[in-house]
Write a protein that binds this ligand. Structure first.
Ligand code: FEO
Ligand code: CA
Ligand code: CA
Ligand code: CA
Length: 599
């Protein structure tokens, strides 16, 4: 037995040094296992993965590509079984298919099947904190694959709206599939929320765009220049033929892992934008509050407050009732006001501006459905704060504060996104163009962690306080800030994306797109006490991989994380990969891992 605690919240560890290895490197004293890889069988009748014999039928039964969100739900009372729920955000076609092996149409069918989500039963391993896929798939009755063609039920006020009706769905109520699913969150009633993010890139056009939606398409980056070519096999992806299909993406979806035969939902009440993810907290009065980010340069942070209250009873009836909570309530967008920098802090107060309830719009000239389907345009009218790409927004279970990852913004400082106290750094390119002094080379290329405190510790309150807890980057750069912690004792960190908490309230940050020159990784950060702001790297990723998840469970003994797009490169081919991680094959396979104390 290796000495030391196996509690990831308490353990003292030597931070992993930044590196460019093609490996997952975890802190000394810890191990990691690969739990699920692209292609591993999910359903009992799935064939073993053979990269040269891929079929859409097999793909729809195997673990999808580019795992992003990771959630783990205990299964039953045994404490040895759990359900792993993952998103499969997108595909890297140039790295997945042997050159010349599959036709263009086959590649599209395969890729549609490798998108979506997976539910996989996992079993505790022999080493405490370790987990592996449950070996008898015939008994894994909850295992499930959701793809780009699985039927979803639209719910909430906008169901049946004319603009959600298509030739294939005359009622505007059933949508085929989900894709571009980025982060997500567990609900208190045991379901999983997942954000449809860069959906615009899946739609192309054979002719012109529908002139009724010129402004709406433009605000969502829907240009018809999507490069996936899915319209080749299904015309709903051709905007010239089907102008409304694109309105049926960009939602928060909800999957009930315990109901494998129930259609997952798309929640219109949570608004439509490039949803990064969604995290839920129960307020003091038992209403539920959902925090969400719209990941685009200069876009907004949102929250939803339910009309109904959470029923904690452990009954089927209470659960069914709780599953309706996201259909009625009020959607808000955030405005941040700085209190000036004379206090040497980036901080201030904020306001949640109501956009619409399920019955009444608060935006001039827009109906409830207008606000929900074209949320970005509604928000533009009420003066919220343009942020530096809001990614995960999550609630600390210990101190009740909300932490948002603002990953970076290459446009900050230009005319449309001027600097403000919540978004203080403009890029060097912008500053140079404006003739402003360059205090460092980085600007906001490395991102922030923003901390919000609901007034009265009440998540339903419409006012809050905030501060920039971390200004990420190389600690030796003058603009970086680690909540006042000694900068000589922190790990460099760049481009925070997903956040999570252990049971003691430490913040865990996964990064996407490290611009400091090393691989991405996963960091632990204390948010309270003498070590507040101590950023320590716990894991580094293989080459060209983004860190996703993370999820801490099992009394802080298990750290799940997703290794997304190892080896991603525009110039790589299947035959000439830039990574072969996890080194089980001669091509890379995105995978979910679990880290735990070595024994
Ligand atoms: Fe898919 Fe916003 O990261
Ligand atoms: Ca201030
Ligand atoms: Ca993300
Ligand atoms: Ca990202």
């Amino acid at each position: 037995r290796v000495a030391g605690t196996d509690d990831l919240a308490k353990v003292e560890f030597k931070p992993v040094a930044p590196n460019k290895r093609d490996a997952v490197v975890v802190a000394d004293g810890f191990d990691h296992d690969v739990v699920m890889r692209w292609g591993d069988p999910v359903l009992a009748d799935a064939p073993e993965f053979d990269v040269y014999q891929q079929t859409p039928e097999a793909a729809a039964k195997q673990f999808g590509y580019n795992n992003d969100y990771v959630g783990v739900l205990p299964l039953g009372k045994s404490a040895t079984e759990a359900l792993l729920v993952c998103n499969h955000e997108y595909t890297n076609e140039n790295m997945m298919y042997p050159t010349g092996k599959y036709t263009s149409a086959q590649i599209k069918q395969l890729s549609m099947a490798y998108h979506g989500m997976s539910v996989v039963q996992i079993t505790r391993g022999l080493v405490p904190g370790s987990w592996a896929q449950s070996s008898d798939l015939s008994k894994a009755v909850y295992n499930r694959r959701i793809t780009a063609t699985t039927p979803f039920q639209l719910t909430g006020p906008a169901v049946g709206d004319e603009r959600l009706k298509t030739k294939q769905d005359k009622f505007g109520a059933i949508v085929k599939g989900t894709f571009a699913n980025c982060a997500g969150g567990l609900t208190p009633w045991g379901t999983v929320l997942s954000g449809e993010e860069n959906f615009n890139g899946y739609f192309d056009k054979s002719g012109s765009l529908d002139s009724r939606y010129t402004a709406q398409y433009a605000r969502y980056g829907i240009t018809g220049s999507g490069s996936r070519g899915w319209s080749e096999i299904d015309s709903r992806f051709d905007l010239s033929i089907e102008p409304h299909e694109v309105h049926r993406f960009g939602w928060i979806v909800e999957v009930d892992p315990l109901k494998p035969n129930e259609a997952p939902k798309k929640h219109t009440m949570l608004g439509r934008f490039k949803h990064e993810g969604a995290n839920v907290v129960i307020a003091k009065d038992k209403r539920v509050v959902v925090y969400m980010g719209d990941d685009e340069r200069g876009d907004y942070m949102y929250k939803f407050v339910s009309a109904g209250t959470f029923d904690p009873a452990n009954t089927a009836k209470a659960r069914a009732k709780n599953k309706l909570l996201l259909d009625k309530g009020t959607l808000y967008v955030a405005k941040f006001t700085g209190n000036g920098t004379a206090d040497s802090k980036y901080d201030g107060t904020g306001q949640w501006i109501p956009l619409t309830s399920d019955t009444q719009s608060f935006v001039d000239g827009m109906s409830v459905n207008d606000v929900l389907i074209f949320t970005r345009l509604a928000a533009d009218k009420v003066g919220p704060t343009k942020m530096d790409r809001p990614e995960d927004v999550d609630i600390n279970p210990v101190n009740g504060k909300v932490y948002a990852a603002l990953t970076n913004n290459s446009n900050r400082g230009n005319a449309t996104t001027p600097v403000d106290e919540a978004n203080p750094l403009s890029t060097s390119m912008v500053r140079s163009a404006l003739g402003q002094p360059l205090t460092s080379a980085s600007g906001n290329r490395n991102g922030y962690i923003l901390e919000l405190t609901a007034d009265g510790d009440d998540h339903t309150a419409t006012t809050f306080g905030w501060d920039l807890m971390l200004v990420c980057g190389d600690p030796s750069a003058p603009e970086t800030y680690f909540a006042g912690f000694d900068k000589s004792k922190v790990s460099p960190i760049s481009c925070p994306d997903n956040v999570a908490f252990d049971s003691l309230g430490n913040l865990w940050i996964a990064t996407d797109g490290n611009v400091l020159g090393s691989n991405d990784g996963l960091f632990r950060v204390a948010v309270e006490g003498a070590n507040r702001g101590q950023v320590q790297q716990f894991v580094t990723m293989p080459k060209n991989a983004e860190t996703c998840g993370p999820f801490i469970t099992d009394n802080n003994r298990s750290l799940f994380f997703a290794v997304q797009h190892p080896g991603e490169s525009d110039t790589a081919t299947f035959e000439t990969p830039t990574s072969t991680w996890p080194h089980s094959d001669d091509f890379p396979r995105p995978a979910v891992c679990v880290a735990f104390r070595k024994r």
